[in-house]
Structure formats: C-alpha cells, structure tokens
Write a protein that binds this ligand. Structure first.
Ligand code: PA5
Length: 419
C-alpha cells in the first residue's frame, strides 16, 4: 500500500543495516512505554481499540444534523486539531473548492477570512465543530465565539444543538460547553494533537461527506500489522533511518507532491515532523514543494544552489483519468503525447526531475509511493507516518510527543495581550 525507496541517495544497505540494532531497541522501548512521554502513545493501539462508541456518537450527531437540513460545517481548530482533518478531506477529493461544504476556521487570526466565511454561510443551514485538546488556544477560541454568535442570531432558540465541542475533560472549553448545553465528544485520551488524525476529530470532515470511518481504520490496522510483524524491515522505519542518516549532513527535507489534492498532506507532514523533532537544537526543517509548478520557481535553486537539503516525493500511482488533448494542426507540437494520460506525463516529469536533481545535482531523493487516494490508503498512510516520525525523533534523542516551543509562543502571546 505504501512503499519507500532510498535508491536515489548515497546511503548504502550496509549503512542502513548498521542502524538495525538501535532501531529494534528503540522500537521495544516505545512499545514497552520506556520513553519520555509514555502517556502519549495511545495512537499505537487506537485502530485496534474499541473505536465504535466514539464514532457511533459522531455518526449519530452528523445524521441528526443532516435530518435537520444542515448542509455546511464550520470546523474550528488549529495545528493538530485542524490539519489531520483538512489533509484527509483534500486527499480523498471530497469537497468542492468553489462551493465547499466544509469550511475551516480558527487556524489563524485573519479578519478577512473570518468575514469571508461568515458571509459565505450567512444564508446556509450549518453546524459548528470546535476542536481543541487544551480547550484554551486563542485562535480557535476567538473564532468559536464569533461563529457561535452568528449561529445564535440565525437560530436563537436551538443553536446549541448545532454546536459540537471536542476537547479534554474539564478544560475551560469543556466546562463552557456543559454550561451552554452544546453537544460534546471527548478528545481521545493519550493521543496528542498532531497524532489525532485518525480519531473522530480528524475523521469528521470525511464522515460528513459520506465516508465510512471503518474503511479508514482498516487501513490504519494494516499499517500496524505490517510494522509490528517485522519492525526491522518496515518501510516506515527505513524512511526514518534514511532521514536520520541524511540529517547528519543536511538541514532540510522538502516534501513534494505532484497532484493538488495531496498538498494539504504536505502541510500535515510539516507539522508532524516539525513539532515532533524540532527540539534541543535538533531536527530537520520540513518544507514543501508543489511540482511541476515550483520547478519553475525553485527548480534552479534545487538543481544548482547550496546543497543543504534532500527531497521526499509523495507519489500516488492512480490519478483521475485525463487524456492529453490533440489538435488537427498541432501548432504547439504536443500531438506526440496524444495517446497518453496527463498522469503519465506527470510521472515522466517526476522521473526526469529525480534524475536531474540526484544524478546531476547530487540532491538525495526519497520516494514514498502510494497506490491511490482511497479511505483505506489514507488510514494506512497516517499510521505509517506516525510510526516513522516517532522512530525518527527517537533516533535523534528527542521526545516525539511534546511541543514546549509551541507552548512558549502561546504563553508570550497571552502575556502581551494582557499587558
Ligand atoms: O500537535 C499539537 O499538539 C499542537 O499542534 C496542537 O494541536 C495545537 O497547538 C492546538 O492545540 P489545541 O488542540 O490544544 O487547541
């Protein structure tokens, strides 16, 4: 379902093998909970645990909303409480960019965006889902109060039944939700924000658009089975080992996508790796590129600039079928491609780019290849990356599950606002 290749790097199989003992030891420690934050490893067993009650609750709420005529959803949250759900929705190609059914808010402090969303939903039947683990993050809190107020103006007597709050038990938000009579679902215990993409808060957007959560969880279970049955040869750990070895000399990893639906996945990866590894002066800088678009802006630098980085291409084998057009006169000289699909042209671009960047440019290129954009695949992929990032951080010797730097910014912002 997901394959990994590091053949376009100078990392030999001998070098990879030299890390195997360490990998196994770290894997055992992770499983035994002998790490810095053992209480934040529930993402490991989540797919195999009893997920039914949590999802039943959400399915019931979404069905009830639909029966009441709800057509649009405002998802409020930031960081890990936002990116998993948005990346999944985009990856599955479920919503329209021009007339979306799901709007994401609370992930910045942009006045224009808030006004634009409220204008867009003004005459719509909508509901609000507020997701914040801590229940006290400023961006989503502001956005939540703003949109609840709009909903209250539209439905003065029954707005509360269209508001769902997902947060930790006894947080500020949890208590506020109880007082206001909003619907509630608990933030799954033992899973941090950026590891929550397979819990209800990550799946709500896809479920609202009709996806069966079970298909996604099946994929995550397969990823667990593949990794746990053979950790030494697991592709997720091979990827972690490769990036760890590359990080000894290089500073940056560019994640690359070739289809627009996979772009938010790169944002999700930037958060997952950046927040999990960027500690104690360590960690690769995760960044993203969209090819072929960025080959026409960053391509020169990538080919011939300072070599401080490597590239990781996320290639999805299946894409929508689109035939290359041909014309009678062939003024633009593209008819030689007329028996091909756009995806096969894109694939040639990918192979040509890797060849140019690695063979002539000496830029290591990793490839993560995925079968398709199905619910099962995204379930597999998320769990695969959870394993990969955890091992990658453990190899660096940092705690994958905390984010003290993010907390610092939150503290400083609130101190400045209280001055
Ligand atoms: O991954 C994380 O833990 C963070 O990115 C959080 O998700 C983010 O800071 C939002 O926090 P909260 O969900 O508490 O509002």
């Amino acid at each position: 379902m997901v394959t990994f290749s590091n053949k376009h790097t100078n990392i030999s199989s001998k070098k990879m093998e030299s890390q195997q003992k360490k990998i196994l030891k770290l894997h055992d420690k992770l499983i035994m909970g002998e790490i810095d934050s053992p209480s934040l490893t529930s993402w490991i067993d989540w797919p195999e645990s009893n997920v039914i009650p949590a999802f039943d609750n959400i399915e019931g709420i979404l069905e009830n909303w639909k029966n009441k005529g709800v057509k649009k959803l405002i998802m409020i949250g930031i960081g890990g409480s936002y990116l998993g759900g948005k990346a999944m929705l985009d990856f599955l190609k479920l919503d329209s960019a021009l007339n979306p059914d799901i709007l994401f808010a609370g992930n910045d402090l942009s006045s224009s965006k808030m006004i634009e969303i409220s204008d867009f939903i003004k005459n719509e039947e909508y509901a609000i889902v507020m997701t914040s683990k801590s229940g006290k993050t400023l961006e989503p809190s502001l956005s939540f109060e703003y949109f609840v107020d709009k909903l209250k103006q539209q439905k003065p007597t029954n707005y509360a039944e269209r508001v769902l709050v997902i947060t930790e038990k006894d947080s500020l938000l949890d208590n506020a939700a109880t007082a206001a009579g909003y619907l509630k679902s608990e933030f799954i215990d033992g899973i941090g924000g950026r590891f929550s993409g397979l819990t209800p808060l990550g799946l709500i957007p896809a479920m609202f658009k009709g996806v069966n959560y079970k298909d996604i969880i099946i994929g995550a279970k397969k990823a667990n089975k593949d990794l746990i049955s053979d950790p030494v040869n697991a592709s997720a750990y091979k990827y972690a080992t490769t990036r760890y070895l590359l990080s000894k000399k290089l500073t940056t990893e560019f994640f690359i996508a070739y289809e627009s639906e996979n772009l938010t996945l790169l944002d999700w990866l930037m958060q997952l790796f950046g927040e999990s590894e960027g500690k104690e002066g360590k960690g690769l800088i995760p960044s993203k590129l969209y090819f072929t678009q960025d080959l026409h802006s960053m391509g020169q630098l990538l080919q011939e600039g300072k070599k401080t980085f490597f590239e990781t291409t996320i290639w999805v084998k299946e894409a929508l079928e689109l035939k290359v057009p041909s014309t009678v006169k062939d003024h633009l000289k593209i008819n030689y491609l007329s028996d091909r699909t756009l995806n096969s042209v894109n694939h040639s671009a990918m192979c040509g780019t890797i060849e140019a960047h690695w063979e002539s440019g000496n830029v290591p290129n990793l490839i993560i290849e995925i079968d398709n954009n199905s619910p099962e695949t995204i379930g597999y992929l998320y769990q695969w990356f959870f394993w990969a990032v955890t091992m990658s951080a453990l190899l660096l010797g940092v705690d994958p599950f905390n984010q003290p730097g993010v907390e610092k910014y939150k503290e400083n912002m609130s101190r400045n606002l209280n001055k």
